[in-house]
Design a binder for this molecule. Structure first.
Ligand SMILES: Cc1cc2nc3c(=O)[nH]c(=O)nc-3n(C[C@H](O)[C@H](O)[C@H](O)COP(=O)(O)OP(=O)(O)OC[C@H]3O[C@@H](n4cnc5c(N)ncnc54)[C@H](O)[C@@H]3O)c2cc1C
Length: 528
């Protein structure tokens, strides 16, 4: 076998997967058919859940240094300011990163690409996957090399992180149902002054569509995204100068574009692969799902596909879990992609539809509903949790199990365990629980009861136990998460709750692990 995992595609998804495998000691080869990293910024929004993952990977600081924090989104209707969604304020009890980080995809790729050196890995550029054949126990991949010659390599698994036109998907014969949107998007990196609220997202709704202004690094730098007016569709030589008068007309004469450093138009599809796996080949990121850029979810979703698959693949290729664990990747991520497709589709249709009713809704009703909703705690939190992807839960996952007795509202199996500030030692300081979780292992959180005896749980060195001592400050913080009385949470490496209950039950925990990883693997783990 030449490699445990062949990662096809050195975009954000492939880079995240390579990093997550590398830090877990898995040999992976990562290839990309391009001659070097992408120069275009494309995705701009890095959401809270991604930053939490970056933090565990050790690259959050660098991302924060390079990016700009968008603390709120402002809604403008027909040129008039209408509402502000205060992301920072809403999210501050939900995540250590209560904002949208505006950081170009190229910067994200550079940070993750440089980080690969820590695991002695690097993208093999100008190397294209052209063929795949699956045999029992391995996949043979045919690669076209920089000098035009071909070579074959054997991998235990192949990860298709190769974008919307995925060769892995096509070679596996997996269909990609969906359709293109009839609208054509444009994207422009500009220097502009005007009524936009600095350092915040600005969403402009018109009768005929919308424009988004994202603050970029540097003075008066704005990324503008919108839809080409009908009259300009079908041409591939459109210049930003042909659009800017229309945007100014809508936003008011105060808006001045001084420069446009990059302009591009593109068509968007909304599609999800019929399945995310064919035997030893997996699909992740845009290879598995593409959708409208409403909400800036695409890149973030791909990164989280990679985070979901990485810990499972690592355990399986190291022989520490049975291959059945890999089935949960599709079971968990396909519903996320389908939901995303339907929500972004609905949002997209609402902001681009040309029916008179939709125009009325956009300009007279939408901003009012949003402004009103943002005066209430619940919709505010829901908005933050949805946008930031911290609210993703794997409801129908085969890896989730709830024991009876936990109060309503307490974290459930498959939720991302909430971000809490707790005293982790008696009379110790209040600490950030997330900093203490080890995402290369399972984490057991034990509340209001003693830790289980050493060795009682069949996970060997794959387990970290955190006993939360009784303390009034802890009680208050736990009450915020609706946890009262004794409880335990067995977290998977990706921070989602696997098993939850009240009184710790060694047998139930071991039975859960035996279901999740094969009995022989549990034995391996126990003796590891
Ligand atoms: C204008 C625009 C704005 C966007 N804004 C946002 C945003 O704000 N937020 C957000 O989250 N998302 C956004 N997106 C979506 C985001 O860009 C994508 O979701 C993201 O690039 C997906 O990453 P990926 O790694 O899965 O695929 P890609 O970035 O497409 O990377 C795939 C890689 O695979 C390589 N490859 C392809 N075929 C082969 C082969 N046969 N062999 C070897 N290598 C191969 C390609 O060269 C490429 O480098 C935007 C997209 C666009 C176009």
């Amino acid at each position: 076998m030449d490699t445990e995992v062949l990662i096809v595609g050195g975009g954000p998804t492939g880079l995240m997967l390579a990093n997550q495998l590398g830090r877990r000691g898995v040999r992976a080869v990562i290839i990309d058919r391009h001659s070097g990293p992408a120069q275009q910024t494309r995705a701009m929004a890095v959401h809270a859940r991604t930053l939490e993952i970056y933090s565990k990977l050790g690259i959050a600081e660098r991302a924060l240094e390079l990016g700009r924090r968008g603390n709120a989104a402002n809604m403008w209707v027909e040129g008039k300011w209408a509402a502000r969604i205060p992301l920072g304020e809403i999210g501050k009890s939900v995540s250590p990163f209560p904002f949208v980080l505006i950081l170009g995809q190229d910067d994200n790729e550079r940070i993750m690409g440089e980080h690969l050196r820590n695991w002695r890995m690097a993208v093999q550029w100008s190397t294209e996957l052209t063929g795949l054949s699956q045999e029992p126990g391995q996949v043979t991949a045919t690669l076209k090399q920089p000098d035009g010659s071909t070579r074959r390599i054997q991998a235990a698994y192949v990860a298709g992180c190769d974008g919307g036109h995925s060769a892995v998907r096509e070679l596996c014969g997996i269909t990609f149902p969906g359709a293109p949107y009839e609208q054509v998007f444009f994207v422009a990196d500009t220097e502009a002054t005007g009524p936009m609220v600095p350092d915040e997202l600005n969403v402009y709704l018109w009768r005929d569509g919308f424009h988004l202004f994202f603050p970029m690094r540097g003075k008066d730098r704005w990324r503008v995204i919108g839809i080409l007016p009908k009259a300009l569709r079908g041409r591939d030589d459109v210049r930003f100068e042909e659009l800017s008068p229309g945007i100014r007309q809508e936003a008011g004469a105060d808006l001045v574009f001084k420069e446009c450093s990059w302009f591009s138009t593109y068509r968007i599809h909304h599609r999800a692969a019929e399945k995310f796996r064919d035997r030893r080949c997996f699909l992740l990121g845009d290879a598995a799902h593409v959708h409208s850029p409403m909400g800036g979810q695409g890149m973030n979703t791909g990164l989280q596909d990679a985070y979901n698959l990485a810990w499972k693949l690592a355990l399986v290729v190291k022989g520490r879990a049975g291959a059945g664990l890999l089935d949960s990747y599709e079971a968990e991520r396909l519903p996320v992609a389908r939901r995303l497709l339907s929500t972004t589709d609905r949002a997209f249709v609402a902001v681009v539809s040309e029916s008179w009713l939709a125009k009325l809704f956009r300009t007279r009703i939408l901003a009012k509903i949003l402004a009103f909703a943002m005066t209430f705690e619940r919709p505010k939190r829901l908005a933050f949790r949805t946008l930031s992807q911290t609210g993703i839960a794997y409801r129908d996952s085969p890896l989730s199990k709830m024991l009876p007795g936990l109060p309503d509202g307490a974290p459930r199996a498959v939720d991302r365990f909430p971000w809490l500030q707790l005293k982790l030692r008696e009379n110790g300081p209040v600490e950030d629980l997330y900093q203490k979780l080890d995402d290369t292992r399972f984490n057991l959180i034990v509340i209001g009861q003693p830790a289980p005896a050493t060795g009682a749980i069949a996970l060997g060195d794959l387990l970290r136990t955190h006993v939360i001592p009784g303390d009034p400050a802890n009680d208050r913080e736990l009450a915020r998460a609706r946890i009262s009385g004794p409880a335990f949470y067995l977290l998977r490496p990706d921070g989602h709750v696997g098993l939850a209950g009240t009184r710790f039950e060694t047998d139930a925990v071991n039975a859960y692990l035996a279901d999740m990883v094969t009995p022989s693997a549990v034995h391996d783990l126990a003796v590891a």
